[in-house]
Each structure stands twice: as structure tokens, then as C-alpha cells.
Write a protein that binds this ligand. Structure first.
Ligand SMILES: [Zn+2]
Length: 437
């Protein structure tokens, strides 16, 4: 779900979870018909004609859904503005209490619940697609419950955040965007620190990886030692993704004391140990190269531009008093207009955010390849097989259009990653590896 209402949560959790794989939640376990690339032979991402047609159909449906859901989200907010729901909810909130924080606690849930319900159709269609293409086994009841929990988490974050924003707006009508931008950094850091501890466990269970998989944990220890980054075993977790999804995935999340590597249990069930070691090496790359703090810095810089530009536009929109029944920018009732701005800005910023992410993902692929070199027999082959398994299992688009990659892909297309993995060989060329010496 990509509504503006969950923007804060997305910013915190979604973007920063540096996942290995582009699309979470996918595909039934196919027999492991890995078209194994070997040294010398060109390695390519290969699907049976039937599976290829499925992968392309599913991918196209999701691309259409993405842009359709964006348009729908804008229409919902425009409808809320045109029907003057903001002023109505503000009147309810102001009659409830004179205290601003209480007003926020009335106004924000009224607005977000309305928006959330109106934005359910595209979200439900996305879940329907995932079930239709065998990527999700989650029932509708459980899915609705997850949506409700997502809304509640969003409210817990949004109520104080909106209260703070309007407090700043009232005190500093000209420089509010700058103060709010400064306040966002500690908030962002805190939310990312908290995500694996307080938010993720609402949706999945996380168990320490080592006790249940001693052999794998031992091998992982060797990879980490080789990469010069001994990661304590208590920072490695298995997530019970198989209760909802069929696809495979792994990611790095958290910050400081909450920093960790998470591997979906589907990966542990479907991939061989050498393949899993490459997956782990990739995640170790995110971990060692500091991709979470770097992403926070990147997003914060981007937010400066968005807020400065947004403030300039809003200043002009609200120059005329009482527009759409809104008294001014510092009126609670202006929030739907701000959310519309956040929605549009989020979409326009996608190519920048995803371009930055793709560069990090490529670096993590290089790191993973270097970390398992010499530890795993024929390591390029193990990595290429891991990508082949990933593609088949998650129904990855074999040939996305360049514009789609540019706009929507947080990871390089799978075929490119597989080819790179099979061919990367600085050792054979007498060159120095980039990260793991
Ligand atoms: Zn990654």
C-alpha cells in the first residue's frame, strides 16, 4: 500500500530495509530446474515458455497497478479536498478539546481512516494478483487484519508527527519547512531503529538463525570472517515468511543496536547452502558498507529539496484566505493538501530513490561475490544459481522496459544481476577485488 498516510512508515521501514530482492512476496516453489551456468558458458536467466509468459503478465499487471494506484490516490485526496472533509473533521476535532494534541488525536484518525478505506481497492487488487500468480498464500481475513494493523501503526507515528508539524507551522509561517526538516532527522533515525524491534514483529515472527541452522550458521561465520566483518550471531534472524508468502528474500534493517540481517524461512527451505551463502554475502555488503545510514542521509537530503519546493508552492496556494474552507496552511484542514503534495513528490522522487538503491544493490552483489570467493566451490556459479532460483520463485520480469527499470526498480533487473555474477572475475584478470581483499 503506497498511500500518503503511510508515508512516514514507508520512509522508515520500506525504503531502508535494504532487501536482496526486488519484489517481495512471490511464486510457488517450482522444481529446482536451475539452468546452471558454468565458467566459460554464457549465463542467462532462463524460464520455460509458460513461466516466462506468467512472469511477464504478472510484472505488467503490477506496473499498471503502480501507476493506477498513484492516480487513484491523488483522486481520493482531491475528492476529500473538494468535499471539504478536512474542514469538517477539523470542526469535530476543535469542538472535542482546546488542547492541540487531543485535536490531532481526533483529526488524524478521522482523515487517515477515510483515506485508508478509499484506498483499499488498489491494495486489494495487488493482493489478488499476488494470490492469482501464486506469490501469496495469505487469506483475505489475515490480509485485512494486516491492513488494519498498518493503519494503527501509521496513526501512532502520524499523530505526534502531524501535531509537531502544525506546532511549527503556527510558530514559524515562513521558515516552518526548514525547522520541520531538521526535526525529521532524529525522528527518522528513531523510527528506523525501532522498526525491527516494534513494527516488524507485529506482522511476522523472528527467530535467531543460528540455533535452528547450526551448519549454515557455521558457514556464514566463515564468510563474515573472510569479509573482515564478524557479525554476531545474535544479529541474524529467520522470518516466518512462509505463513504468507512463497517467494524468497533477505534484508538488512535497523540501526545501531537494532541493526540485523533477516533471512526469510522460504529462502532457507528452497536454496542450497552455497546459494544461501551468496544471499548472506550480499546482505553482509549492505551491513558493512553502511547502506542503511547512507540511505537515511540520502533521503534526508532529498527531503530538503521536497520541503523547500513544497513550502514555496503551498505559500502561493494558501495566499488567498479560506480556500476550500481551509483557513490557511496552519489549519488542521490543510492536511489533505499536504498529503497530496507528499504523494506527488513521492512519485516524482521515485527514479532518484530507486537509482540510488540500484547502485547500492549492485555494490552489495559485488561484495557478496567477493565474500564467498574461495569459500564456496565455483562461487560465480552458486551466485548465478541463486539469482536463477530467485527469478523463478519470485516470477521476476525477464526483460523490463528501460523506463520501467528507471522509474520502479530498486534493484537492477534480474537478468543483468545474474549475468554480472557469472562473469565477475577480477582474480582471473589479475585485478584487485573492490571490497573484500
Ligand atoms: Zn540488497
Amino acid at each position: 500500500m503506497r498511500s500518503a498516510r503511510t508515508a512516514a512508515v514507508l520512509l522508515a521501514a520500506g525504503i531502508v530495509a535494504a532487501t536482496l530482492f526486488a519484489q517481495p512476496a512471490q511464486a510457488p516453489a517450482p522444481p529446482l530446474a536451475v539452468s546452471a551456468p558454468s565458467r566459460g558458458a554464457p549465463a542467462t536467466y532462463t524460464l520455460t515458455p509458460e513461466k516466462r509468459a506468467q512472469a511477464i503478465a504478472y510484472a505488467r499487471a503490477r506496473y499498471r497497478l503502480h501507476f493506477g494506484a498513484f492516480g487513484w490516490g491523488c483522486l481520493v485526496l482531491l475528492g476529500i479536498i473538494a468535499l471539504r472533509l478536512g474542514p469538517r473533521f477539523r470542526d469535530v476535532a476543535e469542538s472535542a478539546s482546546r488542547r492541540r494534541i487531543v485535536q490531532a488525536a481526533v483529526f488524524v484518525p478521522l482523515l487517515f481512516a477515510t483515506e485508508g478505506v478509499l484506498e483499499l481497492p488498489p491494495a486489494a487488487y495487488g493482493h489478488h494478483l499476488a494470490r492469482f500468480y501464486g506469490q501469496s498464500i495469505q487469506g483475505w481475513g489475515s490480509w485485512i487484519w494486516d491492513q488494519a494493523k498498518g493503519l494503527l501503526v501509521g496513526l501512532v507515528i502520524a499523530i505526534p508527527l502531524v501535531w509537531l508539524l502544525y506546532a511549527i507551522l503556527r510558530r514559524s509561517p515562513r521558515r516552518w519547512w526548514l525547522w520541520f526538516w531538521l526535526a525529521l532527522l532524529p525522528i527518522l533515525v528513531f523510527l528506523i531503529f525501532l522498526t525491527p524491534l516494534a513494527i516488524d514483529p507485529l506482522f511476522f515472527r523472528f527467530d535467531p538463525l543460528a540455533p535452528a541452522h547450526p551448519e549454515l550458521a557455521r558457514e556464514i561465520g566463515k564468510v563474515a570472517a573472510r569479509a573482515g566483518a564478524p557479525i554476531p550471531s545474535e544479529r541474524m534472524f529467520a522470518m516466518n515468511a512462509s505463513t504468507k508468502y512463497t517467494g524468497i528474500n533477505a534484508y538488512v534493517t535497523g540501526l545501531g543496536a537494532s541493526k540485523r540481517v533477516v533471512v526469510w524461512d522460504t529462502t532457507l527451505a528452497k536454496a542450497t547452502i552455497p546459494q544461501t551463502l551468496f544471499v548472506f554475502g550480499h546482505e553482509l555488503g549492505h551491513y558493512v558498507l553502511g547502506h542503511v545510514p547512507r540511505t537515511i542521509a540520502f533521503l534526508w537530503a532529498l527531503l530538503f529539496v521536497i520541503l523547500a519546493l513544497g513550502a514555496w508552492i503551498l505559500d502561493r496556494v494558501f495566499r488567498r484566505p479560506d480556500r476550500w474552507g481551509i483557513r490557511g496552511l496552519s489549519d488542521w484542514a490543510s492536511l489533505p493538501v499536504l498529503l497530496l503534495g507528499v504523494t506527488v513528490a513521492g512519485e516524482v522522487a521515485m527514479p532518484a530513490v530507486n537509482g540510488y538503491s540500484r547502485a547500492q544493490e549492485h555494490a552489495a552483489d559485488v561484495f557478496g561475490l567477493e565474500a564467498i570467493h574461495g569459500l564456496v566451490p565455483d562461487s560465480p556459479r552458486a551466485a548465478a544459481e541463486a539469482f536463477q532460483l530467485l527469478g523463478e520463485t519470485n516470477l521476476s520480469d525477464p526483460d523490463p522496459a528501460p523506463f520501467i527499470t528507471f522509474w520502479l526498480y530498486s534493484h537492477p533487473p534480474l537478468a543483468d544481476r545474474l549475468r554480472f555474477a557469472a562473469e565477475y572475475d577480477p582474480w582471473g584478470k589479475g585485478e584487485a577485488p573492490r571490497y573484500v581483499k
